[in-house]
Design a protein around this ligand. Structure first.
Ligand SMILES: C[S@@+](CC[C@H](N)C(=O)[O-])C[C@H]1O[C@@H](n2cnc3c(N)ncnc32)[C@H](O)[C@@H]1O
Length: 438
């Protein structure tokens, strides 16, 4: 086993380890990530070889790069000593490669002239290859961890690594967080889900090239485009046709796909109430990703009438000689629905439609003062793999990732919100969580 250092993004630290774990599983890589520290962007791990390192990092959104560690220590003296003792073979191997040096600092950085001195201190490596700042064959990186950002104290890092860059992540290589940034997207709406966490959601759901990915609450299609980025063949549905049609026909989900160059990954979007799902039962769905409606920016409604008896009386209404509900301009009545019931429906649907090993990933809001583990919905055929929390003021959004289990698995079925009598996230949200549900 060889030692590697991952440089993590300084974003969503609570999601970073899970993302790497999920990617390791996706690529069938055994790795211990338990030394991850949310307050630091450095993670030392052991892997079999560089190929594994490249694979592990290549799709990552919350990691930047991975390095083969040549030396490390609390001061440069220790780093140099270690390199001289342990890296003679490596030094020989890269002796004639073109190369460059670069610096990565956490909570501090060296001045340009100090960096030049530091590079000089590595002169014993005696590399004979050409220095190439644009397209070097090898990139040697000095990574420094400064404890506090304070001009005086930050002059000396508390820990240093020196390594050879093995691979860059999707975040660094293709700048995907910027590419999919909502501010630059042609068609967005109030419900659009931010790019970075949409991409992370796809990694946690292990969207693979050629997978059929379904978002039952597609809205403006944020998860569809990011799933397409990872090669998913995407299909979406939404009860609100206006979401799918977009603005004046000029920008919509389809034009977003075209703008991002992922149009071949677009299967279709359709207007449909999730609770009256029309996708044929044997239509294969490999992955389900969504942000279900919880009523804050959009209504949670399903087809049906509040007053069934009254609606039944109108069933055979005739308009201009035609049965009303058969006319193209018929607007089907809708009734309010509970988030708890919708979550139960999503789990049931996933348990029936996903293949064994298929993933369901969705976001669920919870009020902090009412949260307990048992509020999370469960289904006997789905195993909850991740419950990752994004904290807001007095409430949180949780990314829940489930995997469909085989016949031998018998888990618990639980409609947590209903069991705990939590009905009104929307009301509590708008009233600043000033009262409790019960
Ligand atoms: C939180 S938004 C999802 C937004 C989406 N992720 C996006 O990027 O815009 C929830 C969506 O669910 C839709 N919705 C509400 N009730 C629905 C139902 N019964 N069936 C299908 N979609 C529904 C809403 O119209 C809304 O677009």
């Amino acid at each position: 086993m060889k030692e590697y250092l991952i440089l993590l993004a300084q974003a969503y630290p609570q999601f970073r380890q899970a993302e790497l774990e999920s990617l390791a599983e996706l690529h069938d890589i055994q790795v211990d990530l338990s030394h991850h520290n949310e307050s630091k962007p450095f993670l030392k791990i052991k892997l079999e070889n560089d190929e594994q390192a490249k694979k592990l990092i290549s799709r990552a959104i919350l990691a930047k790069a991975i390095f083969e560690i040549w030396g490390e220590g609390e001061d440069y003296e220790s780093v140099h000593k270690q390199i001289k003792i342990t890296c003679q073979d490596k030094i020989k191997k890269y002796e004639r490669s073109s190369f460059k040096f670069q610096f990565e600092g956490f909570k501090g950085r060296q001045t340009n002239s100090a960096q030049r001195d530091t590079i000089e201190s590595f002169s014993y490596l005696d590399f004979k290859g050409k220095i190439d700042l644009k397209h070097p064959e090898e990139v040697f990186t000095v990574l420094e961890d400064y404890e506090v950002f304070n001009q005086e104290k930050a002059q000396k890092p508390e820990y240093i690594w020196f390594g050879r860059e093995i691979g860059l992540s999707e975040r660094s290589k293709n700048k995907v967080v910027e590419v999919y940034d909502l501010k630059k997207r042609g068609y967005i709406g109030t419900t659009s889900f931010e790019a970075e966490l949409s991409l992370v959601t796809c990694n946690l759901a292990q969207v693979k090239p050629g997978n059929i990915v379904y978002d039952p609450f597609a809205g403006t299609g944020s998860f569809l485009v990011t799933a397409a980025h990872f090669g998913g063949l995407t299909i979406g549905s939404d009860i609100d046709v206006r979401m799918l049609n977009g603005k004046n026909g000029s920008s919509n989900i389809k034009t977003n796909f075209k703008d991002y160059g992922v149009y071949p990954q677009f299967l279709d979007v359709l207007t449909m109430d999730f609770t009256h799902n029309a996708l044929r039962e044997n239509f294969t769905i490999d992955t389900i990703i969504c942000d279900p409606p919880y009523g804050v920016r959009e209504g949670l409604r399903v087809l049906g009438a509040r007053d069934e008896a009254k609606a039944a009386g109108r069933e055979n209404n005739i308009v201009d000689g035609e049965i009303a509900y058969l006319r193209r301009d018929f607007v089907a009545p809708k009734k309010p629905y509970q988030l708890a019931d919708m979550l139960k429906d999503i789990l049931q649907f996933a348990s029936e439609r996903l293949p064994v090993g298929g993933k369901l990933a969705f976001w669920m809001p919870t009020a902090d003062d009412e949260f307990q583990e048992t509020v999370l919905p469960q289904h006997a055929k789905l195993k909850l793999e991740y419950n990752l929390v994004q904290q807001f003021h007095k409430w949180s959004r949780r990314l829940l990732v489930y995997v469909k289990m085989d016949e031998s698995y018998v888990g618990e079925t639980r409609n947590g919100m209903k069991d705990l009598n939590i009905k009104n996230f929307r009301d509590r949200y708008f009233k600043g969580f000033s009262y409790r549900s019960k």
